[in-house]
Design a protein around this ligand. Structure first.
Ligand SMILES: [Ca+2]
Length: 310
C-alpha cells in the first residue's frame, strides 16, 4: 500500500505529543516533516517540546519553526492545560538534535512543490503556518491532497461558548484555509470530546511497557489533572491524534459534507466554525466535518501506535 505523504503542523501540547507519536512510526504514513506554531505555548516552547518528542521517540524528520504569532490576534497560550513548559509531566533527556535550518512556512511551500505525490497537511494547532504558506505560494494548493485539522466545533466551544481553542487562537488563518478551495476535513470538539483518556485507558496503554507507553502514561496523567482542575472533567479529551487516526483507518469517524464559515467578526462568536449541518443556507459546501467517532476503534489505533515502538 502507498504511504500517505504528510506534513504535521502542531503546537505541542500533550495531545499533539500523542499525534506525533502516532504519525512518527507507521507503515501507512510518510512523515515529511513537522512544522511548529505558537499556540498552547510560545513558539520557543512548542518548538523545544517537538524536538524533545522527536529525539525521545527517535523520529528522524525535519522539525521547522513557523509563526510565533497569529496573523492578527495577540497570542493567548494555555498553561492551565499544558503547563508552563507546554508539555509538563515528562522529563526528557538533554537535547542533542536541532531544528532544520528553514522557516516552517518556507518548508511547507518547498516540500509540497517538490513532492512527486500529493501531500496531506494535518494541523493540530492554530492554522497560521498553512495560511501563510497558501498566501506565500498559492501553487502549493495544486499538490495538496487534503487538509485535516483538529479544531472547531459545530456544537460548543472550549474557550468561549462559540469557539474552540485552535480556531479561536487564529480565526483569520482558519478563514483563509477554509475558504481556499482545498478539501478540508474538520475533526472538532463534537467528536474529540468523546475520546476521553479515562484511567482505564492509561492502564491499558501502560501494559504495553515501552518508551511510547511511558510517555503516554506520564503525559496523560498530568493532562487529566489539569483538565479536572480547569474544566472539572473526569478525564481529558484526547483531541489531536484523531486526524492521524483517521489516516490510519478512515472508519474511525463519520463525516458530513457541509458549508462551514469561520466567524472573524470579532463579536461574541469570534472564531466559531459555523457548520451548516442541516444545509439551511444552501451555500456551496467546502468542508467534511466529523460527526461521529468510534471510540473503541480510536483506542485500538492508539494502542497499535504505541506498539509500533516495540
Ligand atoms: Ca494542539
Amino acid at each position: 500500500m502507498n504511504k500517505r505523504n504528510i506534513i504535521l503542523d502542531c503546537d505541542p501540547g500533550h495531545d499533539d505529543a500523542i499525534a506525533i507519536m502516532l504519525a512518527g512510526k507507521s507503515d501507512l504514513i510518510n512523515l515529511l516533516g513537522i512544522t511548529v506554531v505558537g499556540g498552547n505555548q510560545t513558539l520557543e516552547k512548542t518548538g523545544r517540546n517537538t524536538l524533545n518528542l522527536c529525539q525521545y521517540l527517535d523520529i528522524d524528520v525535519p522539525v521547522c519553526l513557523g509563526s510565533a504569532n497569529p496573523l492578527v490576534k495577540i497570542l493567548e497560550v494555555c498553561p492551565q492545560i499544558h503547563g508552563e513548559s507546554g508539555l509538563d509531566g515528562f522529563d526528557f533527556p538533554d537535547l542533542t538534535i536541532d531544528y532544520h535550518n528553514q522557516n516552517g512556512i518556507n518548508f511547507i511551500v518547498e516540500t509540497i512543490l517538490k513532492s512527486k505525490e500529493k501531500v496531506t497537511v494535518v494541523t493540530t494547532g492554530p492554522m497560521t503556518n498553512l495560511a501563510l504558506a497558501i498566501r506565500l505560494e498559492p501553487k502549493i494548493m495544486d499538490n495538496i491532497d487534503e487538509v485535516l485539522l483538529m479544531g472547531g466545533s459545530y456544537t460548543n466551544g472550549n474557550v468561549t461558548p462559540a469557539a474552540e481553542f485552535n480556531i479561536y487562537s487564529d480565526p483569520e488563518a482558519a478563514f483563509i484555509v477554509f475558504n481556499s478551495g482545498l478539501p478540508v476535513k474538520m475533526f472538532g470538539l463534537d467528536v474529540t470530546r468523546k475520546v476521553m483518556v479515562y484511567e482505564s485507558v492509561i492502564e491499558r496503554m501502560e501494559k504495553l511497557n515501552n518508551k511510547a507507553s511511558l510517555l503516554f502514561s506520564k503525559l496523560m496523567k498530568v493532562f487529566n489533572e489539569n483538565q479536572y482542575r480547569t474544566f472539572g472533567l473526569e478525564a481529558g479529551p484526547l483531541h489531536d491524534p484523531l486526524p492521524i487516526a483517521y489516516l490510519l483507518d478512515e472508519s474511525v469517524v463519520e463525516l458530513s459534507w457541509v458549508h462551514c464559515d469561520i466567524d472573524i467578526s470579532r463579536g461574541d462568536s469570534y472564531g466559531r466554525t459555523n457548520c451548516d449541518i442541516f444545509d439551511y443556507m444552501k451555500l456551496p459546501k467546502n468542508t467534511f466535518v466529523a460527526t461521529k467517532v468510534d471510540v473503541n476503534k480510536y483506542w485500538d489505533i492508539i494502542e497499535q501506535g504505541i506498539k509500533n515502538y516495540n
